[in-house]
Design a protein around this ligand. Structure first.
Ligand SMILES: [Ca+2]
Ligand SMILES: [Ca+2]
Length: 182
């Protein structure tokens, strides 16, 4: 299995793809810096083999069907006990059509309490894309505990997975009783 060498799916194997690969260089599956799209030969490590593949196709146009995933916000502040909605958009590139399954994974940093929880709920577990179309789902975020979360939303369709990372700051200040700074 190999990934799309046009890592950012902008239609060309270019410097932007090199930058993405370099940012994940040396990272292995399980590291937070590991980027599956930069692991072009899908062996679990982003290394010189992947770089060689990218260089071999440098400046080549991308005609592989794929899709992009984006978010209405990549930094989200969630007030105490308040639901904040973010729109996740998936767009067909190069004629892609198919079903994309969506999942969320939460990596917590700066945890203030061991029982800290972030409710991250998608309005649909999958979307169906037709050629050239864009589909959206709503990501609802809710928490009552202060923490910084690194939320990874992953779309998977066959061999192609695309991710977007959203940083979510949750707060424990209850504005009913306090003057909260957010
Ligand atoms: Ca590119
Ligand atoms: Ca690799």
């Amino acid at each position: 299995m190999t990934r799309n060498v046009d890592i950012n799916a902008n239609g060309m194997v270019d410097n932007a793809d090199s930058k993405i690969l370099n940012a994940a260089f040396g990272c292995v599956q399980g590291n937070s810096c590991y980027n599956p799209r930069a692991d072009l030969n899908a062996d679990g490590t982003v290394d010189s083999n992947d770089n060689a593949t990218l260089n071999a196709y440098f400046s080549a146009p991308d005609f592989l069907p794929d899709y992009t995933i984006s978010s209405s916000a990549v930094f989200v502040s969630v007030p105490y006990a308040t639901t904040v909605n973010v729109t996740i958009s998936l767009t067909s590139v190069n004629g892609f059509s198919g079903t994309v399954a969506l999942t969320t994974a939460d990596f917590r940093m700066g945890l203030l309490a061991p029982y800290s929880e972030l409710d991250a709920t998608l309005s649909s577990p999958s979307v169906i894309l037709t050629s050239g179309s864009t589909a959206t789902v709503t990501l609802s975020l809710y928490s009552v505990v202060a923490a910084t979360h690194t939320l990874v939303v992953t779309g998977t369709s066959g061999a192609f997975s695309n991710t977007i990372i959203i940083t979510v700051n949750t707060h424990n200040c209850n504005s009913r009783f306090n003057n909260c700074p957010f």
